[in-house]
Design a protein around this ligand. Structure first.
Ligand SMILES: Cc1ncc(COP(=O)(O)O)c(C=O)c1O
Length: 338
């Protein structure tokens, strides 16, 4: 299927067939595809590309002020994870990473090392950094290894199938980190920014929060947000030693300002709409949902969902947060028996 146009929750293919999009393009289009405010903000920018860490565009500076804490910006979710893990090494001097089975943190080598899905890791096993200590998701890892510089966790696992851990899991990780002198890194790239009904699922618990996907309103943008003061770990000299040409790209930052303005108003509706999925047997939280199913069959019926689960046995629904009740009912009707 080739996407010819996309607006709101609807996608049209090259043959003119319309689909209901329950993927939001892997959770990116939180405000719907081609959201008018996002499109206008992008169109108004007078700087398309600036000089990265040497000289930022106004939109990038405005985004820094709009974010709740100091941040280092990236382009992909994987960048944000890489920044977070490097921050832990810089701040603690300890290279060990505690991570969880079923986790997906991205495909660059450092993020991949922390990823818990063997099919992504196996082909590159010879090159993966570490040490990485992996534990079952949702369970107490016990006292952390002495060389652990951080624990990285998805507060709700996305790719593994909208897996919500037991209550108290994140508090427990916080305590384990405090005891061991390790940082707690919350990978909120999928579940954060309103998807699960909160701006940040891990609340105030983490030292570094990774954001991506929805942040750029459809354009590539990510951020690692630091507990205040932690950004100083990056004061390593006159040059930024971890950066990319397009980091903090102005068009994406302009779109992100709209996302950060709009999403807080949607949170209670996200929770309410999530209950419609829950009543239809979908696990998860808010508009981050999964159930057993067949994505290919769903597509034949005119609904876009993405395979998920440890063995891709599930389908996941992460629609635009702006989806209407009628669109949800229509999609769930089409998916019956799928
Ligand atoms: C929780 C989580 N972390 C990290 C990533 C990696 O993000 P990206 O694909 O933008 O590198 C993803 C992507 O699906 C994700 O779901």
């Amino acid at each position: 299927m080739i996407w010819a146009s996309a607006r709101g929750c609807r996608v049209t293919d090259g043959e003119g067939r319309e689909y209901l999009d329950l993927s939001a393009g892997f959770g990116v289009a939180a405000l719907g595809h081609r959201n008018p405010r996002v499109m206008a903000a992008i169109g108004e920018q007078r700087v398309v590309h600036a000089l990265g860490d040497l000289a930022e565009a106004e939109a990038t500076v405005r985004l820094r002020h709009a974010l709740p804490s100091p941040a280092k910006l990236g382009l992909s979710g994987e960048d944000a994870v890489e920044i977070a893990l490097r921050t832990a090494l810089l701040a603690t001097g300890k290279p060990g990473i505690v991570a969880f089975e079923g986790a997906y943190h991205g495909t660059g080598l450092l993020a991949l090392a922390a990823t818990g899905l063997e099919r992504f890791r196996a082909p590159f096993a010879a090159w993966l950094p570490g040490p990485v200590y992996r534990f079952p998701f949702g369970e107490d890892p016990g006292p952390l290894p002495v060389d652990a510089g951080c624990v990285i966790v998805e507060p709700i696992q996305a790719r593994a199938g909208a897996r919500v851990p037991p209550d108290g899991f994140l508090d427990l990780l916080r305590k384990r980190c405090d005891k061991a002198g390790a940082l707690l890194v919350a990978d909120e790239i999928y579940c954060g920014l309103g998807r699960a009904g909160e701006m940040l699922v891990s609340g105030e618990l983490a030292d570094v929060y990774c954001l991506g996907k929805a942040l750029g309103g459809g354009l590539p943008l990510s951020a690692a947000l630091f507990r205040s003061g932690l950004e100083r770990a990056w004061e390593l000299g006159p040059e930024d030693v971890y950066t990319h040409t397009h980091s903090g790209t102005p068009l994406a930052c302009a779109a992100a300002l709209v996302v950060l303005d709009e999403v807080p108003r949607l949170l209670s509706e996200v929770k309410r709409k999530g209950e419609i999925f829950a009543r239809a047997g979908w696990q998860g939280a808010g508009l981050m949902r999964a159930r057993r199913g067949d994505a290919a069959k769903a597509l034949e019926r005119g609904v876009i969902v993405v395979p998920a689960g440890l063995g891709n046995e599930l389908i996941s629904a992460t629609p635009p947060l702006t989806i209407s009740d009628e669109e949800i009912e229509e999609a769930l009707g089409l998916l019956e028996g799928c």
